[in-house]
Design a protein around this ligand. Sequence first.
Ligand code: ZN
Length: 448
Amino acid sequence: MPIDLVLRSTRVITPDGERPAAIAVADGRIAQVLAYDAPPPDGARVVELGDDALMPGVVDTHVHINEPGRTEWEGFASATRAAAAGGVTTLIDMPLNSIPPTTTVDALAIKRDAALGRVHVDVGFWGGAVPGNVRHLEPLHHRGVFGFKCFLLHSGVEEFPQLPAAELAEAMEELARIDALLIVHAEDAQVIDSAPRRPGRAYADFLASRPREAENTAIEHLIPLARRLGTRVHILHLSSSDALPLIEAARREGVAVTAETCPHYLTLTAQDVPDGATEFKCCPPIREAANQDRLWEGLAAGTIDCVVSDHSPCTPELKRFDTGDFAQAWGGIASVQLGLAAIWTEASSRGHTLSDVARWMSAAPARLAGLARKGAITHGNDADFAVFAPEESFTVDPAALHHRNPVSAYAGRTLNGVVRSTWLRGRLIAENGKVREPAGRLIERGES
Ligand SMILES: [Zn+2]
């Protein structure tokens, strides 16, 4: 296969670290990692990136695209446009908030139809495990979903109920049998039900209604089940740093448990949230600065595997800016376009490198989803890149973001690191915030 493209940068982020290199691309794949000054093959287009970093495209395994059914919240075109502008080249869509939720093969087909031909990045799907759908898990698995999400408390939408204890065990047994991954919204319903509930504009009251114990208890219950049933379990959007020792201990004894956290838990703190500012509402909630420091330690230690957006938008009306009541507002933060810059801003100030960021946001999520050809700049992988100017900064203007509704918890914040361009399978899909025609594919688990 002839080399058609060479991208040359003094800062290529490879699995072995950062170095000057020239990346040769043939037919959408990385054909060779060449020395920086190697003469380019005849006929190849050469793109000189100078000192801009060439990073693996971000793999965001936690994105809620609410189409069909709640397309006014977010849709495939707008979400993937935001992803492309933000350096994301692959995302995996969560099974809920669309109608129907992705809990049957028929529902998956409806989602795929809605997405087909309209996605700007590669898109895969998680399935859902809900009461009564255990017989649908294996067929969905064979149709290429990347794993199954469940809730241990009310999900926020009626059509995606939580799994009671007996059905959780049943689903976990089935997933162990077919070797599929369970991904869990781990907050315990009983702890939340008995937490103090004071509606209103005070962020402290909202935080008290979603205590760390809810996460700690849920994870405490999950680990013995995972051990006993042999199910691979992934903890979604970990916010409580108290749970880190539990996860660490379980992994040390060989329980297959992984964890993710999100940019908002790592870059925003409860002290930052003004009363009534419901754009910061998400579940589990943004917590105190000391908790955040421990999450960073967990990430550095590898107890937390990956950082993914949990991009979960809604309409401004549902954020209830009219009342500023945290209890009434929809929970969710839309950040698929901003994750890379937000994380780099905080990571660099804490002494981490671009290689660390690429590990957390590209390599580890790709591994979680079993995407063998994504997440790293290495021979044979898809030529998916984010070209990133780490020393530049910008101020977030929600109206300039591509996701559907101009609401952002990062509004007005200055972030370091500008995504100059994004490349998907060797093709330029976004440049300086401008997104080109849809070139994404719908991807399936285990495809080669
Ligand atoms: Zn989510």
